[in-house]
Design a protein around this ligand. Structure first.
Ligand SMILES: Nc1nc2c(c(=O)[nH]1)N[C@H]1C(S)=C(S)[C@@H](COP(=O)(O)OP(=O)(O)OC[C@H]3O[C@@H](n4cnc5c(=O)[nH]c(N)nc54)[C@H](O)[C@@H]3O)O[C@H]1N2
Ligand SMILES: Nc1nc2c(c(=O)[nH]1)N[C@H]1C(S)=C(S)[C@@H](COP(=O)(O)OP(=O)(O)OC[C@H]3O[C@@H](n4cnc5c(=O)[nH]c(N)nc54)[C@H](O)[C@@H]3O)O[C@H]1N2
Ligand code: SF4
Ligand SMILES: [Mo]
Length: 735
């Protein structure tokens, strides 16, 4: 074996960059973790979190066997006993109160576990509950909604073609810390520096001078929550100054005039004060964007977690279209994933439907099959028909990750039954009656179902399980739980249950004549690998089960040492479009209807102090604080504040402060930092590991404060249901 390939290949499951790793191990212990230099996609890059996979694998607090709560105390049991407990309690709730009484919530790590991602929807379907929630409504639902309404599918998300781009305008993203999001772009820092070295420009719009903003050619520290007005003004300037040039896309557009009319009332001069920027700066930015040979506008988390998150997400792509940069090399482009991408499959263009049902208490509409996660607490806490009495949480820690976390914590205590699929006893799962663990990432194979649809290069990569396991994996639990809910024999061999499910799915999705040969070709080994093979073979590069000789299948991907490169992104309009009109909808009525709200909010008085979040390269949402390698070093859960704001309040660096917001109050250490726009403070989320009855020995030594105890669960973007997390009014005083 050459040194390039020494060590087993593993796709890093920790963030969206999905870097290829080389992991060496001996005697069941990890001895070395490096970037896989032969990975065509990540080219050897890795960040410190990947090295902590060793800590995760060896963490004594990580659950290895199911837990059942007996007399208020968790005891380890075998899988059968754990499922018997679920059977007794969950089926009882279902029988007595019906499907909606059982809610399900799925969190971020699930998107990195193909078994959870592939089998969770089946369980939800089997239960038949309307009460499905996920981290998507704390995150990217606005982008998925705007993509759906403009291009016809929830996952038709355009990503900056950074390697061929000359001008990148980035709003509300800090990829130097996050490693990119809704944009799978390993080693983003090198790629951004390369862009600059080519003579290109990076412009970052962010209330904080982040790591990415510090690298940028220009940083605009706008007022939190004002992106919609900035984007409106940029578009208005393009129209006003005759800079609108959609080019090749012109013949595929609907609604150009409506868009023009919508943005016209917002020239830079009208929004400058609201944005906290100079009108001339905004005007010049529009001109720079229009003048750049190849440019992309990218909006991420900070633009989604606002009242106008959907409008922002829409206008970001509208700008890409108006400047002729959507779907062209060096602009914002659509990946063509090897598998699982609905926008690559043939079929009628139907667009998307939403609002098919409403949440019981607040009447929030369903979006992409789910309800806003900020409705979860009230659905549990509000009595009446349809009340949620049981919860299944899958890789989700909403007590720390969802606004109103403290109130949700209380609500979880009122449930009749709670089942968690998780790897820790933490702030959320401590409420569970049964916990079913996942295996360590080193014990499971992996294919990136989601991130291959958001990647800056098309590729197909697979990683094998590196270490053996003697416990069931999470998908087996989900499979048995599905059988249990369906009243089938859940104790049957896994292969039998999985075969039955596969047969049903083939019957649903394939013409009859095709089913038997496909079924035979997929083999007898149960589990997600078979589904990946199916998706790859029916996908756009696939062998179509023999009809496309030489085409892709899982065997080929497995045989490649670090995956198969399928090349740079290519233009996909109109082939990609799935809107009923077959065109790009530049002015969907849902967004046009936001005009009065935008007009009303323009002159809202500014709160004195607002809170935004923060990510750190060495931390990941709520669950990696128990890994010693990442936990060491300076305290990370600090409240950052501009020195001018601090002196105004008589606060000094390092002071313990009390922060009060609409959801409650917490305490944190103050860190003075001139990286913040005055009037803005920043606290990271995912902390607050000081709850009793958790099993996080390392994390609880430096617990930090729960940001989401400050934020209330009542603020949403009404279109996408996404939570408002940015720009929340707070007060800060000495504790
Ligand atoms: N205020 C504020 N709140 C935020 C954010 C913010 O920026 N500001 N960001 C939001 C965003 S973008 C997101 S995505 C959410 C994330 O929030 P969540 O979706 O809650 O995700 P995590 O906090 O990453 O972890 C959830 C759980 O997954 C478990 N877990 C880890 N690995 C595995 C595994 O392999 N199997 C199983 N079964 N479980 C596992 C962990 O133990 C943890 O309990 O937080 C959101 N909350
Ligand atoms: N190291 C690390 N990596 C991660 C994660 C992590 O927790 N740690 N989480 C992962 C997850 S789940 C996600 S979703 C991604 C998120 O990845 P990113 O989208 O890059 O998210 P953040 O790093 O939170 O950057 C959001 C930025 O928005 C800014 N912001 C806040 N309010 C506003 C506003 O009103 N307008 C504008 N323009 N900007 C604003 C913030 O200051 C912040 O710099 O990161 C992923 N990667
Ligand atoms: S950037 Fe993300 S995917 Fe890459 S090594 Fe770090 S945690 Fe893993
Ligand atoms: Mo996220």
């Amino acid at each position: 074996m050459s040194d390039r390939t020494a060590g087993s290949y593993r796709i890093c499951p920790l963030c969206e960059a999905a870097c290829g790793l080389r992991i060496e191990h001996a005697g069941g212990l990890v001895t070395r973790i490096r970037g896989a230099e032969d990975d065509p996609f990540s080219r050897g890059y890795l960040c410190p979190k990947a090295v902590a996979l060793k800590d995760l694998h060896e963490d004594p607090d990580r659950l290895r066997r199911p837990l059942v709560k007996r007399g208020g105390v968790f005891v380890e049991v075998g899988w059968e006993e754990a499922l018997e407990e679920v059977e007794a309690q969950l089926l009882n709730t279902l029988r007595l109160y019906g499907p909606d009484s059982v809610a399900a919530v799925i969190g971020n790590p699930a998107v990195h576990r193909m078994g959870l991602l592939a089998y969770f929807p089946r369980l939800v379907r089997a239960i038949g509950t309307a009460n499905v929630f996920s981290a998507s409504t704390l995150d990217q639902m606005p982008k998925q909604l705007s993509s759906a309404l403009m291009f016809g599918h929830w996952f038709s998300v355009a990503v900056p073609d950074v390697d061929r781009c000359d001008f990148l305008l980035m709003l509300g993203g800090n990829p130097l810390a996050s490693n990119g999001s809704m944009w799978t772009v390993p080693d983003v820092k090198t790629r951004l520096k390369d862009l600059q070295a080519r003579g290109g420009k990076l412009v970052v719009v962010d209330p904080r001078r982040t790591e990415t903003a510090a690298l940028a050619n220009q940083h605009l520290a706008l007022r939190p929550g004002s992106d919609a007005y900035l984007l409106l003004a940029l578009a208005a300037t393009l129209f006003e100054e005759g800079l609108v040039k959609p080019g090749r896309l012109s013949e595929h557009l609907n609604g150009l005039d409506d868009l023009c009319a919508f943005v016209a009332p917002y020239p830079p001069e009208r929004v400058a004060a609201r944005c906290g920027l100079e009108a001339a700066t905004i005007r010049q930015l529009a001109r720079d964007l229009a003048a750049a040979p190849r440019a992309a506008v990218y909006g991420r988390l900070g633009t989604c977690t606002q009242r106008f998150g959907s409008v922002n997400s829409w206008l970001v792509d509208a700008l890409n279209i108006l400047t002729g940069n959507l779907d062209r090399e060096g602009g914002a482009m659509f990946p063509k994933a090897a598998g699982f991408a609905a926008n690559t499959l043939p079929g009628p263009a139907k667009g998307v439907r939403m609002g098919r049902r409403k949440s019981r208490v607040s009447g929030a509409p369903e979006v992409y099959g789910e309800l806003p996660i900020t409705c979860l607490r009230e659905e549990i806490a509000t009595p009446g028909p349809g009340q949620v009495r049981a919860l299944i949480s899958v890789a989700s820690n909403p007590v720390l990750s969802c606004p109103g976390g403290a109130a949700l914590d209380e609500a979880l205590g009122q449930l009749d039954f709670m089942l968690s699929l998780d790897v820790y006893v933490n702030e959320t799962t401590r409420h569970a009656d049964v916990i079913l663990p996942s295996l360590s990432p080193l014990q499971t194979p992996h294919y990136d179902i989601a991130f291959s649809q958001l990647s800056i290069r098309n590729h197909a990569r697979w990683s094998e399980a590196l270490l053996p396991a003697d416990e069931p994996d999470d998908w087996e639990y989900l499979l048995r739980l599905t059988a249990l809910v369906q009243g089938r024999n859940w104790r049957a061999p896994v292969a039998e249950l999985d075969d039955a499910m596969l047969a049903e799915e083939l019957a649903r999705s394939l013409p009859e004549a095709f089913r038997a040969p496909v079924r035979a070709a997929l083999g007898d080994a149960p589990g997600p690998a078979r589904l990946v093979d199916l998706a790859l073979r029916l996908g756009p590069y696939g062998d179509q089960f023999g009809r496309q000789p030489g085409g892709l299948n899982l065997d080929q991907v497995r045989a490649a040492p670090a995956g198969i490169d399928l090349g740079a992104l290519q233009p996909r309009v109109p082939e990609l479009l799935r809107t009923p009109s077959g065109r790009i909808e530049l002015a969907p009525p849902e967004f046009l209807a936001e005009a009065p709200a935008l007009a009303a909010a323009l002159d809202e008085p500014a709160p004195e102090l607002v809170l935004i979040g923060r990510r750190d390269l060495r931390s990941n949402n709520s669950w990696m604080h128990n890994l010693p390698l990442l936990a060491k070093g300076p305290e990370r859960c600090t409240l950052q504040m501009h020195p001018a704001d601090a002196s105004q309040r008589g606060l000094s660096d390092g002071a313990l402060v009390r922060i009060e917001g609409p959801g409650g109050q917490v305490q944190a250490r103050l860190e003075l930092s001139d990286t913040l726009r005055p009037g803005v403070v920043s606290l990271p989320h995912g902390w607050g590991h000081d709850q009793p009855d958790t099993r996080l020995r390392v994390a609880s030594e430096r617990p930090g404060a729960n940001l989401n105890a400050l934020v209330s669960d009542g603020q949403r973007d009404p279109l996408s249901g996404n939570a408002v997390l940015s720009g929340v009014a707070v007060t800060v005083a000495v504790a």
